[in-house]
Every structure is written in structure tokens, then in C-alpha cells.
Design a protein around this ligand. Structure first.
Ligand code: GYE
Length: 338
């Protein structure tokens, strides 16, 4: 016959965490066979394992993979029950995931919105369910700002300005630029374009002569650069501004295949600061990367803890970042964490 203790032990094995296991064994006092089971004592809130739903965009770039890794590792380190969903670049998949988090009654929902618009209906549902929403990496464009608690992420406009400032300095204010944009409608694509255009105003002889989306991926970055180079204006291109490193790495391949020297014939500046970009700088093929930090896990879960504890948090949490040039790459690569 199965004793109560055996049953508890079995449920412990099934339980995901050791923590949950320890809690379940606590009331396992030898009970008289005739005694009614004691009503479960209400668990103090602090003992409850936090459940957080995270709706990720996908795995389009090294940046994104580092971001996912940071979130998963931090949740595991803190004993948080993370329900992670990968939307494969589709807003509708993110919306579905968010709705399923609501059904599962999570304590908080976090997500990186693939595009800026179209979030009101689902965010209203989440608000009605009383679940706090934390945006990471990208922001949403909603008129009612109470639909989310805070947005943790970089200042993309500033990143674009930094790329422009570097290019102005490196080219003596003269360049014919081809631009690789990120995912259409996404906050980083919109803002990095805006910041760069703003920044080059200080250099009247810097002109954007080609601009198209490479969807933040290496493959698309390569493909679009090939068409840039083959176009009638192709020969005039002296610089490439890419909204992320992955597209720049694809562009480097296209430039080499066209018989040109990336980093020399065409100066390249991109954004993110992933390890592969540092390697390309060490090889002399990329000139500059503007850092954008993907390691948002610790900040995200600090914020979740504060929000769940009903402590006030800032509406906007900006991550700190710098700019790396080719000459700094060999040294800086030693301490890169992504
Ligand atoms: O720059 C790009 C990624 O939203 C900041 O998304 C992020 C961007 C990042 O795919 O590589």
C-alpha cells in the first residue's frame, strides 16, 4: 500500500524544483490512519515560486541568442518558473503566447515586441487580468502608457547618432552610404535610422544613397548588399551603415565576393557589439560597432521582483553602452561576454 510519505516522495520526484519539493515534505508528519487530512495551511507569499511568461521574438541574430540565454540563465539562477516562448519573428505568435500566459495565471509577463504597433487589444486583456507587463529590448507604440509598467532597453536613437558621429569622424565628413535597416516596423529599425539621419546632418557631404531592410539576419544582409553593389549606384558606395552586426557580417561576404575589400574600399559601421563583430574588426573587415547590450536578464528579474512586491519602478530603464573602433577590438574582445 502506498503510504502518504511515498506519495509525497513521488510528487517530489515529479516536482521541477528542489524548493517545491522541500515545501511539500514539510507537512509529512506521521498521521493517524483515521485522522482527517489537515487543511492545507496557506503558504506565505514569500515561499511561492514566481511564474513569469516571456514572449521572445525569435533567434534572428547573435544579439537575440545572447539575450535569450541571459534571460533563461537568470531565471534559473533565481529559481523563477519561466515560461519561455519563441515567436519566430511573428507578432501573431507573440500575441498567442501572451494570451496563454494570462490563462496560466502567471505573476508577470515580459516580452520584446517584434514591431511597435498593434498591441493595444492584447495588452488591455492582460491589464484586465491584473498581470503586470514589462517590456524588454523594444518598446510598443500605445497611447495608454499604463498598459505596461516599464520598458528596459537601449536608446536606439542614440545608437544611430553614435554610428553617424563615428562615420563623420572616420571619413572626414564625406561618404556615400548604403544602409541596411532592421526588421520593418521594429523599434530599433525606426530609431536607428532616425538617429543616424539626425547625426549625419552635421556632415553635409555624407549621403544615404541606398537603404533597404535586411531583416536583422546575416543571410538577408548579404543578399541586399549584393543588390546594392549591382545597382547603378553600386560603384559610388563608400560606406555601409548596418542596423545590426549580423547584417554587416553578411554584407562583408557580399563585398568580398564582389572583389572589394570590406573595411577599406567600403567602411562599415554597425550596431550590437557581438563577438563575431569584434573578430571581423580584428581581421580589418569591420570598422566600428556601436554596443547594444543584450544581457538584460538580471535587470529584468530585478524589475519583476520589485513589481510583484508592489515597489515603484522607473517607467524607462536605459542600459549603458559604448562604441568600439577597430583599433580597440583586439584588447576589448578578451572581455566580451556575448
Ligand atoms: O540589434 C538585433 C536584434 O532589438 C536591439 O534585434 C534588438 C535588435 C538587435 O535582432 O541584432
Amino acid at each position: 500500500m502506498l503510504t502518504r510519505r511515498t506519495l509525497l516522495a513521488a510528487s517530489c520526484i515529479a516536482a521541477v524544483s528542489l524548493f517545491a519539493c522541500e515545501r511539500k515534505t514539510e507537512p509529512a508528519q506521521p498521521a493517524a490512519p483515521t485522522a482527517k487530512p489537515a487543511p492545507a495551511a496557506p503558504q506565505p507569499a514569500k515561499d511561492k515560486k514566481l511564474r513569469v511568461g516571456f514572449a521572445q521574438i525569435g533567434a534572428e541574430s547573435d544579439w537575440r541568442r545572447a539575450n535569450t540565454e541571459s534571460i533563461k540563465a537568470e531565471a534559473a539562477a533565481r529559481g523563477i518558473d519561466l515560461i519561455f516562448s519563441d515567436a519566430q519573428q511573428k507578432q501573431e505568435n507573440q500575441i498567442k503566447a501572451i494570451r496563454s500566459f494570462v490563462q496560466q495565471g502567471v505573476d508577470a509577463i515580459a516580452f520584446a515586441p517584434v514591431v511597435e504597433t498593434g498591441w493595444e487589444p492584447v495588452l488591455k486583456e492582460v491589464k484586465q487580468a491584473g498581470i503586470p507587463v514589462i517590456l524588454t529590448d523594444r518598446v510598443v507604440d500605445v497611447s495608454d502608457k499604463s498598459l505596461y509598467v516599464t520598458f528596459i532597453g537601449a536608446d536606439f536613437v542614440e545608437e544611430g547618432r553614435r554610428a553617424a558621429a563615428w562615420l563623420g569622424k572616420a571619413t572626414d565628413g564625406k561618404a556615400m552610404v548604403a544602409e541596411l535597416q532592421g526588421t520593418p516596423g521594429s523599434a530599433p529599425a525606426i530609431d536607428r535610422k532616425k538617429g543616424f539621419e539626425e547625426g549625419i546632418k552635421a556632415f553635409p557631404q555624407i549621403k544615404i544613397i541606398k537603404s533597404q531592410s535586411g531583416e536583422f539576419t546575416r543571410a538577408k544582409g548579404k543578399e541586399v548588399t549584393e543588390t546594392f553593389l549591382k545597382s547603378p549606384e553600386g560603384k559610388q558606395i563608400t560606406a555601409l551603415y548596418s542596423h545590426n552586426d549580423d547584417m554587416a557580417l553578411g554584407a562583408i561576404q557580399a563585398i568580398e565576393e564582389a572583389g572589394l575589400k570590406p573595411g577599406v574600399d567600403i567602411k562599415i559601421v554597425s550596431i550590437d557589439g557581438v563577438r563575431a563583430a569584434f573578430e571581423a574588426m580584428v581581421a580589418g573587415k569591420l570598422n566600428c560597432t556601436v554596443e547594444c547590450n543584450p544581457l538584460l536578464g538580471p535587470q529584468l528579474f530585478d524589475t519583476v521582483a520589485a513589481v510583484v512586491a508592489k515597489k515603484p519602478v522607473d517607467k524607462r530603464i536605459v542600459t549603458k553602452e559604448s562604441v568600439f573602433e577597430q583599433s580597440q577590438a583586439a584588447e576589448a574582445i578578451k572581455t566580451r561576454k556575448y
